[in-house]
Design a protein around this ligand. Structure first.
Ligand code: AMP
Ligand code: MG
Length: 425
């Protein structure tokens, strides 16, 4: 086991390299109802079954017309009316306009739509007439989306590897997909280690604490596109850890929490070594999360064959302090999970924000500190401030944060008002 600490950038690059290799392996595909596809990753492209939009569509309530005629400010005869749902109407006669509603087909010959708010009708213009008063003018194409402007019949509108959210579901629905082919979610075994840990339902004895990391990591796994397998907590003994690893081998990724620091009962690394692990890193110059481990263990022995067990399996050892576990999951486990899930998203996600108050720090570690960012600031960068915390065991601070302030390894002070990076949670 190498004990050299990597910088955050080196560890992130190592993870990115492993993620790139994992991305070469196509996950299995399953079909799910469209309504259950949110959060999943598209496995086959979404193809337009007709032009999008299928007809020249008005984006306004008003009058379809020829822009040149309307801009001459002559009264135009109202030749017909179309509401959304009407079949495309006939050809627009010369010097005429066609009353039209948002979403309705624009008649052939018309090239623009005058907004109802901008025209004169009736009294001043004459019965059955409409006019665009000066100085307002209209250009061809105004308030009309041309047939096929968003995609032609047969076009690939979305490729595989896209994470499906509301917008992708809407597009799929518009193309007639009642079901979608998505990648099977990678299964992530979560092993919570520690003699002091008791189940959430239990009444902790003196010195005991409830297993909060298990539930937290399950939520992080689900949010990152994986299927969490929350295994029973593991005692700090070699035998318990060996048995837990044997059980967890059925998963696509194994995440340990606790037991990777330098303490007497931090037994995860030796257990991984007994399972034949290759270690890629065993510590990173970050706070929180310094003792984080990335390793790969070989496939399960032939005596206990499990589906899809031909390749080595990645194991992440996350420090047990809750904030450490959360941060290191986002930084290192989530990118592996994204790759295993077939997603092409960039993970982790960083953004820029303006620092609301000065932060003093000691150089030597890249820090990811629980922070609150207000994203509502008008016309400015989002504003971020630190949450006061009692160190990486502070679950209250974690729960009151919505991001992490990134403090570069060399920084000694970050001044109020400067642009800083945040890690989005
Ligand atoms: P460790 O990384 O095992 O040295 O644990 C560091 C700290 O995190 C200790 O205070 C542990 O009690 C705490 N901890 C470890 N595992 C969990 C867990 N599953 N849930 C909550 N706290 C934990
Ligand atoms: Mg422990």
């Amino acid at each position: 086991m190498s004990s050299a600490l990597l910088s955050y950038e080196e560890a992130a690059q190592t993870i990115a390299d492993h993620a790139a290799a994992l991305r070469q392996m196509q996950p299995a595909v399953e079909r799910v109802p469209l309504a259950q596809a949110a959060g999943r990753v598209l496995a086959r492209p979404i193809v337009a079954d007709r032009d999008q939009p299928p007809f020249a569509r008005s984006t306004r309530d008003g009058f379809a017309c020829r822009a040149s005629e309307a801009s001459a400010h002559r009264p135009l005869a109202i030749a017909g009316a179309a509401k959304a749902g009407d079949a495309p109407g006939g050809r627009l006669p010369p010097d005429a306009a066609w009353e039209i509603m948002t979403g309705a087909p624009v008649p052939e010959g018309a090239d623009a739509v005058m907004m109802v708010e901008h025209v004169e009708t009736g009294g001043g213009v004459g019965p059955g007439m409409v006019r665009l008063p000066p100085p307002r003018r209209l250009v061809a194409g105004e308030n009309v989306v041309a047939r096929g402007a968003q995609g032609r019949s047969g076009d690939e509108l979305l490729g595989s590897g896209v994470r499906i959210q509301a917008g992708q579901i809407a597009l799929a629905a518009s193309c007639g997909y009642a079901q979608l082919d998505v990648f099977v979610r990678p299964r992530v075994a979560i092993l919570s280690t520690g003699d002091e840990i008791v189940p959430v339902e239990a009444e902790p004895g003196p010195g005991q604490i409830r297993n909060s990391n298990g539930a937290m990591l399950a939520a992080l796994v689900a949010a990152a596109g994986g299927e969490p397998l929350l295994l029973p907590q593991v005692a700090d003994t070699d035998a318990a850890l060996d048995a837990a690893i044997a059980q967890a081998r059925a998963a696509d990724l194994i995440v340990f929490t606790g037991g990777v620091s330098a303490g007497k009962f931090d037994l995860v690394e030796p257990a991984l070594a007994r399972a034949g692990a290759r270690f890629h890193f065993t510590g990173v110059r970050i706070q929180p999360g310094k003792p984080t481990v990335l390793a790969e263990i070989p496939p399960a022995p032939v005596s206990s064959p499990v589906r899809g067990q031909s390749a080595a399996k990645h194991c992440m050892g996350l420090p047990g302090n809750p904030v450490s576990s959360a941060v290191t999951f986002l930084l290192f486990a989530a990118p592996l999970l994204a790759a295993l899930s077939g997603s092409r998203e960039t993970v982790p996600r960083f953004a820029m924000a303006q620092l609301a108050g000065e932060v003093k720090t000691k150089p030597g570690l890249t820090r990811f500190l629980p922070a609150v960012c207000s994203f509502g600031a008008k016309g400015e960068l989002p504003r971020v401030s630190l949450v006061s915390w009692q160190g990486s065991g502070d679950l209250t601070a974690l729960a009151r944060s919505n991001c992490y302030l990134v403090v570069p390894e060399t920084a000694t002070v970050l001044e109020t008002g400067t642009s800083v990076r945040i890690l989005l949670s």
